[in-house]
Design a protein around this ligand. Sequence first.
Ligand code: SF4
Ligand code: SF4
Length: 247
Amino acid sequence: MNRPRLAIVGLTACSGCQLSLVNCEAELPLLLEQVQFELFPMACSPVQMAEQYDVALVEGCCTTAHEVELLRELRSRSHLLVALGTCALWGGVATLRSDTPRQQLLSQVYGPHPPLDDGLPRPLSAYVAVDAALPGCPPEKKELLALLVDLVRGNLPPAGVSPVCTDCRMRENLCLLQERNQLCLGPLTLGGCDARCPSLGVPCEGCRGPAPEANLAEALAVYQQKGFDQQTVTARLQRFCPEWCHG
Ligand code: SF4
Ligand code: SF4
């Protein structure tokens, strides 16, 4: 059986999502029997882009015109394209909004700078069709391996729907929002992380982006009862997903 040919490429990001794959040390030998890493600059010697890939896993968002061009090239050569991690899926911290124009910020930090493309930075779906996505900052190892198994079998991974609170209740954690009055974004954030942060007594920061089943209006009402105004909650939500609360 031919092994699926994978391209794993990073755009603007911290490389943590690719590193999650490299860190699957125990599983990599078995994985390499099932897939070919044809393009994986982080882990393999550099090679030219091939004519065709079965799957491209893309980490990060587009912050330059060159990255948009690279993404479109990869899309045209790949049967499936998967957004790997929150930056690829939602934009992540590279797309944080600020009231100060980016051009001004760049000039202040780096000196005179060529004009920016105002449309950037954006997540992958702003430029190309995305067939599947794995949220997380970075994605959980078990989800990453499950995604690869699905892809080897020719399936697309099922999209998650339930919020972090579901995971948190399954772990029988004390509720940081209800019992400690802490601003925990678990009610709105896509689960799948086993409530990693609340289980350690740290409120959820929303790193996996919006949960489709979340009830935004209801959650905002609860936050308000707890003393958090909408502006504070929205600013926190938009750290990882600028489109959150913008429809
Ligand atoms: S601690 Fe956070 S994630 Fe856990 S149940 Fe409470 S609000 Fe939800
Ligand atoms: S609890 Fe929230 S911040 Fe922590 S890993 Fe899960 S989604 Fe991310």
